[in-house]
Write a new protein. Structure first.
Length: 432
């Protein structure tokens, strides 16, 4: 098994665009790729899947147990696929407790690191930056550099001259190019499915990288990793039904591949449906999962989705288990207030009102201890990332006792009414 990790000194260095271009360029060379994203990001993996033509996996060194990470990586790369992982934030940036960085993932899987450096505002200082990253943790191997946003041939010559004593090979130099910018919104990039010309954008990035990056050298750098745990011996978050209806569209796109795959491998069937297309949960299903997404951007359309509403209420009346997280939790509530302050009626299955007009950032890893009302039996790790606020939360049993990455108690969270439950937390794994 071989792989590498694409990282950067900081967010905004261009590593996502570089990763997309590399994935497409390698695919065009008929290299079998297994793309992955470090951390809890649920937007970038959809871009990776488009660029590579293969499903993208999350590998989270804070929230996932080490055996699960190695087992997932091994299964993802079956058939001698090349594991290409995009890091998150800066190489050594992790949770509030300092753990869970891309560097931690690289050391766990013995992955060499390709460092993407934004050179737009520096020349000789790049040597200090790169040597500092090289020396900060000697068990992290920075095996190659891609210099991004280089202004001219003279600029490139200065950078190469400064880097020569550092001893890390420059395997690519990319020019400053405004056409390599991806549109963003409040939770990160605009979703891949909403990007009108995504394939053309990726093709352009791939063509540029094909000319500017030594792809053969990149493949040679990719290191072998292992040993890996057997997936059969790794416990997973259990499915809460045999035939699970999973909402999936631009309002409910934040489901984790490893979670759904874990349910399938434990005998569950996954049936996708689109609330935005006014689809009810498919007949014959015995559980419903509403993942996170952007319901606040589609609140009016969801409020008028009569077949979806009727199907969800019928499922709740029948006692069918229903779980919603983050955006799904908001839709299970009584109303969502959009950015303009207009309240839209939601399903009314849980006594919670939320507002995107009254924004406050909620961000961080979470440990969840199930309370008596919870449909989950074991402690869990999760991630919380949203700007919407709870305006009112009614009197109903809570699901979890919540603590942050430092172990600080954050109180109780989530609600349950009958067979319907939800919370703002994106569940990732069983707690170790």
């Amino acid at each position: 098994m071989k792989g590498l990790l694409i990282a950067a000194p900081a967010s905004g260095s261009g590593k996502t665009t570089v990763t997309l271009g590399l994935l497409r360029a390698l695919r065009d060379l008929a290299v079998e790729i297994a793309p992955a994203k470090a951390g809890p990001d649920y937007i970038d993996p959809a871009y990776h899947a488009v660029a590579s033509g293969a499903p993208c996996l999350n590998l989270d060194p804070w929230a996932m147990r080490p055996d699960l990470i190695s087992a997932l990586a091994a299964r993802h790369t079956e058939g001698a696929k090349l594991l290409v992982v995009e890091g998150m934030m800066g190489l050594f940036d992790g949770a509030i407790d300092g753990r869970g960085s891309a560097a931690d993932l690289a050391t766990h899987l013995s992955l060499p690191v390709i460092l993407v450096v934004d050179c737009a505002r520096q020349s000789h200082s790049i040597a200090a930056l790169v040597s500092g990253f090289r020396d900060f943790r000697r068990n992290v191997m920075i095996a190659g550099l891609i210099l991004n946003r280089v202004g001219s041939a003279r600029h490139e010559a200065m950078l190469r001259s400064a880097l020569e004593p550092v001893g890390i090979p420059v395997i690519g130099v990319l020019p400053r190019d405004p056409r390599l910018q991806l549109p963003e919104r409040h939770l990160g990039l605009v979703q891949a499915g909403e990007h009108a010309d995504l394939d053309a954008f990726i093709d352009y990035a791939a063509a540029l990288i094909g000319k500017s990056v030594d792809l053969k050298r990149l493949e040679q750098i990719a290191g072998s990793y292992g040993p890996s745990a057997s997936m059969a011996n790794v416990a997973r978050v259990p499915p809460f039904g045999q035939r699970i209806a999973v909402a999936y569209d631009n309002a409910f796109a934040f489901s984790y591949l490893h979670l759904l795959d874990g349910w399938r491998r434990r005998g569950a069937e996954i049936h996708l449906f689109s609330p935005l297309a006014d689809e009810a949960p498919p007949t014959g299903c015995d559980a419903v999962y509403l993942p996170g997404g952007y319901p606040e951007l589609h609140a009016g359309k969801l409020a008028s989705a009569s077949a979806f509403t009727a199907g969800m209420r019928e499922a709740a009346l029948s006692g069918m288990p229903i779980y919603g997280e983050c955006g799904g939790y908001m839709v299970l509530g009584t109303s969502i207030e959009d950015a303009e302050g207009v309240a839209h009626r939601m399903l009314g299955l849980l006594p919670v009102e939320t507002s995107f007009a009254r924004r406050k950032l909620h961000l961080g890893y979470r440990r969840l201890t199930p309370l008596a009302a919870s449909p989950f039996a074991a402690s869990l790790t999760a991630h919380e990332f949203h700007y919407a606020s709870i305006v009112h939360e009614g009197d109903a049993p809570r699901l979890f006792r919540v603590s942050d990455a430092l172990g600080e108690d954050l109180g109780e969270a989530g609600l349950r009414v009958g067979s319907v439950s939800g919370s703002y937390m994106h569940i990732i794994d069983l707690a170790g």
